[in-house]
Design a protein around this ligand. Structure first.
Ligand SMILES: Cc1ncc(COP(=O)(O)O)c(C=O)c1O
Length: 400
């Protein structure tokens, strides 16, 4: 176990005096860098003013400001915001909104369509719509049934679209949930924007709600602020978390269309959207999110995303000719590559060995089995990336 005492920018400082490069943004949350001064001072100021308040019948400026800024940044038409405190919770909220919508407008639609290899979180509903496997085998009896369509692997995109089309025609489902452009935990599996647009078109044709789980892909990771932008897709419901506060504090939002909100807005209290949690829209977390959103208003943050994407392409390119690696890939600021091994997959024996080797090089990387990926904060430098990829090459020399 490594004891970290301080974070700054792309670096973590350990109790024993080492400086580690955070090449995975501390599980994909840190965007502008650890302890960004603008976010830290917003947290300090808010913590001394109002640090918690019930968010039912009461509201506060930081939450209102976050909602107002999200309206400016998020896809047009997603003009209602529901706060929660983790990516998993934002997904539970999205699923409940979708089923609540059909229930409240008097239509019997309950089936949920998902994509194979997806991950949406570790709570029971989120696990149910995610891939079944090692993460949830023990909890199988708790999980509900869903219809899964295949992942649109290169050359097999049409099979995915056909499967979605068939799933949407047959006993019309309530909703389709998907990670746009990249399936993260499932192995950094990437697919093109045109497939995402086609999937939205198919759902629209059957009036099936479309949830974009942008918990991982949001906040610049895929090269645009949100992945859906690249496909010109406006989801019916969208989930954002992780980088929402710049990675400083836990917070999540689920955005939805007006008619989904309206279906729950009534004098009849049985139609209420029943979901609450003690720390909903915590003011300090909202102040951190507001500060992070301020930074996104600024062109500099977007330029950094573009420059990290270009530096990542430059760094990953030589690996395309290295026979020890397969599927060398990049979408926006995220790169991934699979180290050839006789036992691929999440439980590949090489995974923990790679991680330990890289830790020894003062690199925080956490391969998904034999899949190594790099998802740095946007303040990472070309020199940091050189060090990261040199570590990966040396790991292959030592372990492959
Ligand atoms: C796409 C996606 N959805 C949901 C989640 C769950 O988020 P959290 O860990 O904050 O509950 C994750 C976490 O990695 C994720 O990648």
């Amino acid at each position: 176990m490594t004891r970290v005492v301080r974070g700054d920018g792309a670096y973590l400082h350990t109790g024993d005096g080492r400086r580690i490069i955070d090449a995975i943004s501390s599980w994909w949350v840190v965007t502008h860098g650890h302890c960004h001064p603008h976010i830290v001072s917003a947290i300090q100021e808010q913590a001394s003013k109002l640090n918690q308040i019930i968010f039912a019948g009461y509201t506060h400026d930081p939450a209102e400001e976050v909602a107002a800024q999200l309206m400016k940044l998020a896809p047009r038409g997603l003009d209602h915001v529901f706060f929660s405190d983790s990516g998993s919770a934002s997904v539970e909220v999205a699923l409940k909104m979708a089923l609540g919508y059909w229930h409240n407008i008097g239509k019997q639609r309950i089936r949920i369509v998902v994509m194979q290899h997806s991950y949406h979180g570790d709570t029971v509903g989120a696990m149910s719509v995610g891939a079944r496997g090692v993460f949830n085998a023990a909890y199988g009896p708790l999980l509900f049934d869903v219809t899964a369509i295949p992942f649109p692997a290169r050359g097999r995109e049409q099979a995915t679209l056909d499967a979605l089309d068939a799933a949407c025609r047959n006993e019309i489902p309530a909703v389709f949930i998907v990670e746009p452009l990249i399936l993260g935990v499932g192995g950094m599996l990437m697919y093109p924007a045109w497939v995402l647009s086609e999937m939205k078109r198919i759902c629209e044709a059957s009036d099936v709600l479309f949830i974009a789980d942008e918990v991982m892909t949001g906040w610049g990771r895929t090269g645009t602020l949100f992945a859906c932008e690249q496909a010109n897709v406006i989801p019916d419901i969208a989930c954002y978390s992780k980088g929402l506060t710049g990675g400083a504090l836990p917070l999540a939002v689920t955005l939805c269309r007006a008619d989904i909100f309206d279906a729950h807005y009534s004098k009849d209290r049985t139609r209420t959207f029943f979901h609450s949690s003690s720390y909903t829209a915590n003011p300090v977390a909202c102040a951190a999110a507001k500060a992070s959103l301020d930074l996104w208003q600024d062109q500099e943050s977007r330029q950094r995303v573009a420059s990290v994407a270009a530096m990542q392409e430059h760094a990953i390119d030589p690996f395309r000719a290295d026979p020890r690696f397969a599927n060398v890939r990049r979408t926006g600021t995220i790169t991934a590559l699979d180290l050839e091994t006789s036992d691929p997959g999440y439980l590949a024996n090489i995974g923990p060995k790679l991680q330990a080797f890289l830790e020894g090089r003062n690199l925080l990387l956490r391969p998904l089995g034999n899949t190594i990926y790099v998802m740095p904060p946007y303040c990472v430098t070309a020199a940091d990336l050189d060090q990261i990829y040199a570590g990966i090459r040396d790991a292959a020399d030592a372990l492959a």
